[in-house]
Design a protein around this ligand. Structure first.
Ligand code: HEM
Length: 505
């Protein structure tokens, strides 16, 4: 390491210790902070709690410190909320106060310091972005315009699986094919575009860059530089890679999709009757001067991360649970056969007539919540919560997974039992009508994509179950459902091989 840098770092460290001690003394007098482990100067609680602040570890801290607790992660305050009442306070009652987002050094790069929608603070820019994105993405009209496309995409998955003899013998990693399906489901909406096959070079380039972006952003590797600013120089290499990935990714969105669509639009001189895809609406907003070209690209960026992977993880979890619970799978198949008749393929309107299918989707989202801590919230100004003072710009995590898996609130929550949503929890919906169950959040910053995600999940799981018997590979009785947590994501660790035996109808 360069000596000047080392000297500067040590000096900085010394100065920061003094400042931290003085500040903590002053703050100690002024604030009634939530409980939590005792912090040390500079590092706060970071050395005690480590990097992996996943939903399960945070649940353990909640059991120790209570339904609201504070962790000092270097310079950053992290407040974790673990009861339905406090979740209501954060997301609903004080939705404006806690409606901003924290970013960190890495998210700052990927979102151009909040020029997007998902990671921007609560205010004028967010309101404008959410308004502009609503008509092209988040209405029932969009569902009706694209549901035939989603049905066709999963029908193609079924066809491809049937063509592959491996799938009914040794099994295949179905996720790969489903990933193509999810890209097509969303790229149809965004650009009226679909990728022909898993070998499509553009698809592979896009998938690789999106994968890198997710890995770099969700990793815990960069925490040290984010929590302790004087260590940031050591993060230079990491941040450089983030910048490169971000540039290449936005360029790819622009060159291959946005500009192509612009050309097409000017060549065909679209009138108001032609069916527009989402980007046509977004470009109109740009032409009117409501947003700039960067905002357009960040909208594409947001959909790539917020929509595709989250839904894919949930589909993957749903399949894993169905493989491991053959009785649930049989019951679901029977419902579809009985209601629709054997061989009649599930459509979006059908999903409303299939309560057990809906319950399977809900139960998957409960037990295997893809975004278990929601997207971190933040209070721009000092605030009060649960009788405590919350310093300005604290990161607020709502442990939504624990709210939906706490045995004090649910009967045998560790069991995958869709029946609960037809029996004792029949009034609970995924839209946040019950603060114990918030897979999409609730309130101002809740997930607007719920309107697309729920039908896509139901159509996909429905088609797979009605066309195949889903089984673990030969010699295994179950597939591995170990979890992999990120900064705020929950994926299945292993993309398991599964056997798909076609049903003879
Ligand atoms: C199963 C699939 C999905 C799950 C579990 C999920 C979950 C979530 C959660 C928990 C949040 C944060 C809520 C909060 O912080 O309070 C969120 C935000 C968001 N989601 Fe989703 N989501 C899914 C699919 C989608 C889809 C398909 C789209 C778009 C087409 C989408 C777009 C967004 C956007 C734009 C936000 C940010 C909202 C804001 O900050 O105002 N999501 N999602």
């Amino acid at each position: 390491m360069d000596l000047v840098l080392l000297e500067k770092t040590l000096l900085g460290l010394f100065a920061a210790i003094i400042v931290a001690i003085v500040v903590s003394k002053l703050r100690g007098k002024k604030f009634k902070l939530p409980p939590g482990p005792i912090p040390v100067p500079i590092f706060g609680n970071w050395l005690q709690v480590g990097d992996d602040l996943n939903h399960r570890n945070l649940t353990d801290y909640a059991k120790k410190f209570g339904e609201i607790f504070l962790l000092r992660m270097g310079q950053r305050n992290l407040v974790v909320v673990s009861s339905p009442e406090l979740a209501k306070d954060v997301l609903h009652t004080q939705g404006v106060e806690f409606g901003s987002r924290t970013r960190n050094v890495v998210f700052d790069i990927f979102t151009g310091k909040g020029q997007d929608m998902v990671f921007t603070v609560y205010g004028e820019h967010w309101r404008k972005m959410r308004r502009i994105m609503t008509v092209p993405f988040f209405t029932n009209k969009v569902v009706q315009q694209y549901r035939h496309g989603w049905e066709a995409e999963v029908a193609r998955v079924v066809e491809d699986v049937k063509k592959n003899p491996e799938s009914s013998t040794n099994g295949i990693v179905l996720r790969r094919r489903l990933q193509l399906m999810m890209y097509n489901n969303m790229y149809r909406i965004m650009f009226d575009y679909r990728f022909e096959s898993e070998d499509d070079p553009l698809f592979n380039k896009l998938k690789a860059l999106n994968g890198e972006r997710s890995r770099l952003a969700q990793s815990f590797e960069y925490n040290y530089g984010d929590f302790i600013p004087i260590l940031r120089p050591f993060l230079r290499g990491y941040l450089k890679i983030c910048k490169e990935v971000k540039e290449r990714r936005l360029q790819l969105f622009k060159d291959h999709f946005v500009d192509e669509r612009k050309k097409l639009a000017s060549a065909t001189s679209m009138d108001s009757n032609s069916l527009k895809c989402a980007i046509d609406h977004i470009l109109e907003a740009q032409q009117k001067g409501e947003i700039n070209e960067d905002n357009v690209l960040y909208i594409v960026e947001n959909i790539n991360v917020a929509a595709i992977e989250t839904t894919l993880w949930s589909i993957e979890w749903g399949i894993a649970e169905l493989v491991n619970h053959p009785q649930v799978q049989r019951k679901l198949r029977q419902e579809i056969d009985t209601v629709l008749g054997p061989g009649v393929q599930v459509t979006e309107p059908d999903t409303h007539k299939l309560p057990y299918l809906q319950a399977v989707v809900k139960e998957t989202l409960r037990l295997r919540m893809a975004v278990p801590l929601l997207v971190p919230h933040m209070n721009l100004n000092e605030a009060k919560l649960g009788g405590y003072d919350i310093p300005a710009e604290s990161k607020i995590l709502v442990n939504a997974w624990w709210l939906a898996n706490n045995p004090e609130n649910w009967r045998k929550p560790e069991e995958f039992r869709p029946e609960r949503f037809l029996e004792e929890e029949s009034k609970v919906d995924a839209n946040g009508n019950d603060f114990r169950y918030l897979p999409f959040g609730v309130g101002r910053r809740s997930c607007p994509g719920i309107i697309l995600a729920l039908p896509i999940l139901a159509i996909t799981l429905g088609h797979l179950v009605q066309n195949f018997e889903l089984l673990p590979p030969p010699g295994q009785s179950k597939i591995d459902t170990a979890e992999k947590g990120g900064q705020f994501s929950l994926q299945i660790l292993k993309h398991s091989t599964i056997v798909l035996k076609p049903r003879s109808l």
